[in-house]
Design a protein around this ligand. Structure first.
Ligand code: WTA
Length: 655
């Protein structure tokens, strides 16, 4: 973000007070901040009482060996029981848990909590029969179909650790995750629907399993859901879902696990080429997913219809489609397809039809709807909406106000929620019954959370200044480590402000004159494209692995719709010649197969040199200037300042 945009942002002075009716009945009131500040552990202890525990904890927090936290020590519970069975036991078995909407029109399915209990139990029995048990890892690579939720909960039910891999990742990317966590089972589908056509998934799993086998890791079984009916290759290890889960017993007694039992691993991009497996455990994670979903969305589980448009392959889908909402027993919409298929008003039709009252989506989606104009949402009756949420990237004030006016009828609160895969749950956000929202600001840390903005030395900056976002004390849903790599966990998050013992989030932020927090984007080599986290280094490694490439540098350039876009600068090997459109196409396709379509560069420029400091570090800042077509910034630290002229003069081929 440029300084100019930033100062415009901070001059934003519109305020939106909570609607009086909502404030009068809000789940959380202003007192919560003071109560939690006085006794954070007591506050989280009360939040944990939202869940059903088989054995109560002896101690709330063990922070004796920071940064390795343990929450609710000695407590035992089952996450799937908390998300499903207990609602049935409480007489809510007939409540719809999922209004599932498939992409093809009229392809819908409603699952009640009782249905979900049966399905999850059958799937749990099937996993056990396939030899999966307590502590084993299961990779899930599925479209947005109910089986994805069922598969996750079935793992949780038997103490297996799921790792859901987004369907937009390639076979290579899937293989590296399968290998890293040594998955014993992969759950997939023949395919899914994407813009009206079946798109295959199973072949990527077949390839990934082969790649993993060559690297020495055998996957004994692949469980396959039949979704599209397309032809698939079949191997001895493959098992159909409908031939196993559908015929398994619907009786399964969940066993309670330790509060610190691993629940899932979610891979996310870091600053190096290798994705990190973020490990979340059971008790603290479920407590905070449930509490924040109830508090931030002011959830009234008896009357609300909730919809989060994220994919289950991301953390937002884990915490705010599966664990938070289901632990809270609400009715929610789950949608398989893209926002604008078969027509551009599809989302709004779904909201009108299902009478969605709480809607949670990403700024990228909001901006692309803004571009299409308000006539499209105006065709649907959106009067059921009473609260809107935003997540994944900074929301610019224009998008915030459009969202509030056009989708929220100019009257509902918008909660801009800041969090990360690592934090497990929302940490910075307005409370809809308390906070007067400022368009563009995530406002303040939630009760029970310590957040601050500090300078290079770790000293909190005064109001009106910017710096790095840090978290000053442990929270229940914090990551516990990086799968198999404690050292990387400590280095990545806890070494930057070691002395202060702060968690370094990797985000830049500013405190305004009132002390409210404005997020400014990543300060490391992580990009945020359409709310998806991508690593510059990971894409660089993918490019360099192509035989024609000598060197590559990747930057995230600002993009009106997607927030940032991937722009790559590539030096070809001599024998590859000067490069032409075919080479650019070839490299683009190579990134697709190495990582997946989501990482495909918007632009690839073939350049003769890359700007480097005298110590050999690529100056990405300058490349970003070129990509954003700004005047090139300070080049005095460049080893050869003529390089930038060469690049900017456009001896560049691009897609
Ligand atoms: C960014 C997604 C500004 C941020 C839940 C963070 C945001 C990264 C916001 C985590 C927000 C997320 N305002 N930026 N409301 N929410 N981010 O792990 O840079 O996919 O570090 O988790 O997204 O992305 P992740």
């Amino acid at each position: 973000m440029t300084d100019e945009t930033l100062s415009n942002l901070l001059h934003e002075n519109r305020r939106f007070a909570p609607p009086p009716e909502l404030a009068a009945h809000a789940n959380v009131t202003a007192d919560a901040y003071a109560e939690a500040a006085a006794d954070p552990e007591g506050f989280w202890e009360r939040a944990a009482e939202r869940l059903t525990w088989e054995r109560r904890w002896d101690r709330v927090l063990d922070w004796d060996q920071p940064p390795f936290a343990k929450w609710f020590l000695g407590g035992t519970l089952n996450a799937a029981y908390n998300c499903v069975d207990r609602h049935v036991e409480n007489g809510l078995g007939d409540r719809v848990a999922l209004h599932w909407v498939g992409e093809p029109a009229d392809d819908t399915r409603d699952l009640t909590y009782a249905d979900l209990k049966d399905e999850v139990s059958r799937a749990a029995n099937t996993l056990l029969a396939l030899g999966v048990g307590d502590g084993d890892r299961v990779a899930i690579y599925l479209p947005m179909i109910p089986e994805a939720v069922v598969a996750m909960l079935a793992c949780a039910r038997i103490g297996a650790i799921h790792t859901v891999v987004f369907g937009g990742f390639s076979a290579e990317a899937l293989a590296s995750r399968i290998e890293d966590c040594e998955a014993k089972l992969v759950i997939t589908a023949d395919g899914g629907y994407r813009r009206g056509a079946p798109s295959s998934l199973k072949p990527a799993v077949d390839d990934a399993v082969e790649i993993a086998a060559r690297a020495g890791h055998e996957v004994p079984h692949v469980l396959v859901v039949r979704r599209t009916g397309q032809d698939v290759a079949w191997h001895e290890r493959d098992v159909w879902w409908h031939e196993t889960v559908d015929t398994a017993s619907a009786t399964h007694t969940p066993q309670a696990f330790d509060a610190e039992h691993p629940l899932f691993v979610m891979y996310t991009s870091g600053t190096t080429g290798r994705p990190k497996g973020i490990l979340h455990t059971t008790g603290g994670y479920l407590t905070q997913a449930s509490w924040t979903h109830w508090a931030v969305f002011d959830l009234k589980a008896d009357t609300d219809v909730y919809w989060c448009s994220a994919d289950i392959g991301w953390i937002t889908g884990h915490s705010y489609i599966v664990y938070g909402p289901l632990a809270n027993g609400v009715t929610q919409v789950m949608y398989e397809g893209t926002p604008d298929f078969p027509e551009r008003g599809r989302w709004w039709q779904i909201i009108a039809e299902k009478k969605v009252s709480i809607f949670y989506t990403a700024p990228t989606a909001i901006r692309s709807f803004m571009k299409q104009g308000r006539e499209i949402p105006d065709r649907s009756d959106l009067s059921s909406i009473r609260l809107l949420g935003s997540v994944g990237e900074p929301i610019n004030p224009e998008a915030y106000v459009w969202y509030r006016d056009v989708i929220g009828g100019g009257k509902v609160p918008v909660v801009d929620t800041w969090w990360q895969t690592e934090t497990g749950a929302i940490l910075i956000s307005p409370l809809p019954g308390v906070t007067s929202g400022k368009p563009g600001s995530a406002m303040t840390a939630l009760p029970g959370i310590g957040a601050d903005v500090v300078d290079d030395a770790g000293t909190p900056v005064p109001n009106g200044s910017g710096g790095y976002l840090v978290l000053t004390r442990p929270w229940p849903s914090m990551l516990r480590t990086i799968w198999g790599d404690d050292e990387r966990y400590v280095d990545t998050y806890w070494s930057r402000f070691k002395e202060q013992g702060y968690y370094f989030a990797g985000d830049g932020a500013k405190k305004d004159e009132d002390g409210d927090i404005w997020l400014l984007g990543r300060v490391d080599d992580v990009m945020n494209v359409s709310g998806h986290r991508l690593s510059t280094t990971e894409i660089e490694s993918a490019l360099v692995s192509h035989p024609k490439v000598a060197e590559a540098a990747v930057v995230g350039a600002s993009d009106e719709t997607t927030g940032q876009a991937v722009v790559a600068y590539v030096i070809l090997r001599e024998e590859a010649g000067d490069g032409g459109p075919e080479v650019v196409q070839e490299l683009s396709a190579h990134v697709r197969t190495q990582i997946g379509p989501i990482a495909k560069p918007r632009q690839i420029m073939i350049v003769p040199e890359l700007p480097k400091t005298r110590s050999g570090k690529i100056m990405r800042r300058l490349l970003r200037d070129v990509a954003e077509q700004r005047a090139v910034g300070d080049v005095t630290t460049l080893a050869d300042s003529a390089i930038m002229e060469l690049i900017a003069a456009g001896k560049a081929q691009s897609t």
